[in-house]
Each structure stands twice: as structure tokens, then as C-alpha cells.
Design a binder for this molecule. Structure first.
Ligand code: 5GP
Ligand code: ZN
Length: 117
């Protein structure tokens, strides 16, 4: 998918609406439109990378940043104190990826089961 057609690029560029809970020069965090837990946010790099599978060595610092911000946002939503949270990167259609712009799901506020379906 090209960047022009990408939903998350549109949100990042201000061409589509979203509930933004955090942003910095490398990423934007929005509330998921179809939450799967009481707290469900998406940590999205500003750079268009289709999936984790397309990240390369030059993206290592960015990937670390996305995880650190995932933890920070989870903490700001009280998820560490309420039992923990899950950070998930669906990679590929068969694994549940539906938007092909890399993002980390941060879910919490309820009991989680394992294995994920
Ligand atoms: P994926 O399925 O690719 O792992 O995750 C994509 C996520 O984006 C889904 O959880 C879906 O609910 C969310 N999503 C899809 N369209 C929109 C939208 O227009 N706005 C927001 N905030 N989230 C969306
Ligand atoms: Zn994109």
C-alpha cells in the first residue's frame, strides 16, 4: 500500500481524524476506533513502514522508541498498577494485521488470556 492510500499516514498528516493521546517527532499515539480492552491505543511511527517485517537495521532506534513510548503511555493510563498490559505487533494478514503501517497495540484494563487467538 502506498503512503497516499495509507490510513495511518492520513491521520499523522492531519487528513483523517483520530483521538491523539501522545505525540513526538517520531511517533503518534491514538485511541483505537474499535477497542478490544478498556484501554487500547496504537503507537504509530510517523515514518511509513509497512510492517515489522519491513523494518531494517536503520530502524532499530525507532523500534526501541516505539516500545519505550508504549510503556510510558501504558503507565500514564495506570495500566501497570491495574495488573499490567500487553504490547502487540500484528505482522501480516494471517496474524491479524489489517492496516499496513507498522504500529504497536497497547491493551490493558482487563484480564488477558494466553495464548492469544
Ligand atoms: P491491525 O489489525 O493492523 O493490527 O490494527 C489496526 C487497528 O487499527 C485495528 O485495531 C483497528 O480497530 C484500528 N483502526 C482501523 N481504522 C481506524 C481508524 O480510522 N481510526 C482509529 N483510531 N483506529 C482504526
Ligand atoms: Zn502509512
Amino acid at each position: 500500500m502506498s503512503e497516499q492510500d495509507c490510513l495511518f499516514c492520513k491521520i499523522i498528516n492531519g487528513n483523517a481524524a483520530a483521538d491523539v493521546v501522545y505525540q513526538d517527532n517520531r511517533c503518534v499515539v491514538i485511541r483505537d476506533i474499535n477497542p478490544q480492552a478498556p484501554t487500547h491505543v496504537l503507537v504509530i511511527p510517523r515514518e511509513h513502514i509497512e510492517s515489522l517485517d519491513d523494518a531494517s537495521q536503520k530502524d532499530e532506534t525507532l523500534l526501541g522508541h516505539l516500545l519505550r513510548i508504549s510503556a510510558r503511555v501504558a503507565n500514564e493510563h495506570g495500566l501497570s498498577d491495574s495488573g499490567g498490559y500487553r504490547a502487540v505487533i500484528n505482522t501480516g494478514r494471517g496474524a491479524g494485521q489489517s492496516v499496513f503501517h507498522l504500529h504497536v497495540h497497547v491493551l490493558g484494563g482487563r484480564e488477558m488470556t494466553w495464548p492469544p487467538g
